[in-house]
Design a binder for this molecule. Structure first.
Ligand SMILES: [Mn+2]
Length: 443
């Protein structure tokens, strides 16, 4: 790990312990897997140290929320706030600590203590990884929280998640790493996994039970007493044959994208696929039940069943959303499609649907898929680039916001979003169309 980040963590952890000896802390964390695991690590550590706290989980840190922060408590932000430094500066807060990995664009104001790898050659750590290392300074005996740190890293799709957390975790009995097909989950019957998995989408297998059976027969994998093995139970040979068959059916997939590190983590005394756990936590949060996601991470009895039920409900939402999207009238042009679902699909679900379409082979590589859904009095746009190649969607959305003259945008090169007032709906569609067409001409 970068030395100066380690130093930052040490120095700020020491200050944190001094400042919090007789004070109450207000923790604010993000609602995705990384934020929920960050909060879980932090509250378990604070409890052990007998430090008082309360916790709030947010979808995002909006400017209008900041004045409502308590002035008499120490504020601790996890996995967010790096983009809000100027708003925090003048909020009259007592003492602010931030442990986050998002981009810092402003000068850090005095009185704000921030741990962020952005200052340290962009070390590859997520919020949960940073919180874990920070808590390791507060309390040395926290290796049992390592699996939460890893889960958050995987939720945020960080490269080499285990290595970047440090070597101490490699021997952790709650963590298992194997190499294999990047399909999940690894712990359920293979026929169900292949039928319901859409990432990657396998033509004539995904969503097609008889296609699944045919593929498995071809690989010499037969059910035992009517039940198929799970991926984790396959022999090396079976895994090889399965991988080959899937690659042959997905001409656009490349070998390296299909095979990688799989992490299994022990929760409620059972090894679970980390990607499945992350999907479950995200599902809870997206359906407004971050409390259950948190309880699951804390392994509170009963929460597992609740989380699984919400996850099942969420998958149902996704499937009906995909059905709706396939039927709805779209604005289509050369190299792009705009799908406006208005209030028919939740804004927290539409982004995932856009990602599934991005990976579904239903559109040409390079096509931009832009979905639109209502959210409060606003519209949320999620844009994805099929095959993660071609034009920069973030730039395009930035331009749209500029043209309309209001709204916010953010994201990455091949996955970005923006929010615009609902009364600008027509203008938004016109501008999206215009900018997607202009960009096409430039190529
Ligand atoms: Mn994060």
């Amino acid at each position: 790990m970068n030395k100066s980040l380690k130093e930052d963590i040490k120095v700020i952890a020491k200050k944190f312990l001094e400042k919090t000896s007789n004070e109450e802390i207000q923790i604010i964390s993000h609602f995705d897997t990384d934020g929920i695991t960050s909060a879980s690590i932090m509250i378990q550590t604070l409890k052990k140290l007998d430090i008082r706290f309360s916790l709030k989980i947010l979808k995002s840190l909006e400017e209008k929320f900041i004045p409502s922060l308590p002035k008499d408590k120490i504020i601790l932000f996890l996995d967010l706030a790096s983009g809000s430094l100027n708003h925090l500066k003048n909020a009259g807060l007592k003492e602010v600590f931030i442990i986050d990995h998002h981009e810092v664009v402003e000068k850090v104001p005095e009185g704000i203590n921030i741990i962020n790898p952005w200052f340290n050659e962009k070390e590859k750590l997520s919020g949960s990884g940073l919180v874990y290392l920070f808590c390791n300074e507060l309390d040395q005996n926290n290796t049992h929280l390592g699996k939460l740190a890893l889960l958050g890293m995987i939720g945020d799709i960080m490269e080499s998640p285990l290595e970047n957390l440090g070597d101490s975790l490699k021997l952790n009995k709650d963590i298992k790493k194997i190499k294999g097909l990047l399909i999940y989950p690894y712990t359920r019957p293979l026929n169900k996994v292949l039928e319901y998995n859409s990432q990657p989408y396998i033509p004539s297998v995904t969503g097609n039970p008889s296609g699944v059976v045919e593929l498995l027969r071809e690989c010499g994998i037969e059910p035992l007493k009517g039940k198929y093995k799970s991926l984790i139970e396959l022999t090396e040979d079976e895994m090889k044959r399965l991988t080959t068959s899937i690659i042959l059916r997905s001409p656009r997939s490349k070998n390296k994208e299909m095979i990688g590190d799989i992490f299994l983590l022990k929760f409620f005394n059972k090894l679970e696929d980390a990607r499945e756990l992350s999907a479950m936590i995200n599902a809870c949060s997206r359906l407004g039940r971050s409390d259950i996601a948190l309880k699951f991470c804390l392994e509170i009895p009963g929460s597992r069943k609740e989380a699984e039920e919400i996850h099942a409900e969420y998958k149902q939402h996704l499937i009906s959303g995909l059905n709706l999207v396939s039927k709805i009238e779209k604005v289509e042009g050369k190299g792009f499609v705009i799908i406006n679902v208005r209030d028919q699909i939740k804004d927290t679900i539409i982004g995932t649907i856009a990602s599934i379409l991005q990976n579904s082979f239903g559109y040409e590589e390079g096509t931009i898929i832009a979905t639109m859904a209502y959210y409060e009095d606003k519209i949320k746009v999620s844009a994805r680039n099929v095959g993660r190649s071609g034009r920069n969607v973030r730039k395009i959305l930035n331009q749209v916001i500029k043209d309309i003259g209001e709204g916010e945008s953010g994201g990455h090169e091949f996955a970005a979003g923006c929010i615009v007032k609902q009364k600008k709906e027509k203008e938004l569609i016109e501008n999206l169309k215009k900018n997607l067409e202009i960009e096409m001409v430039k190529i």
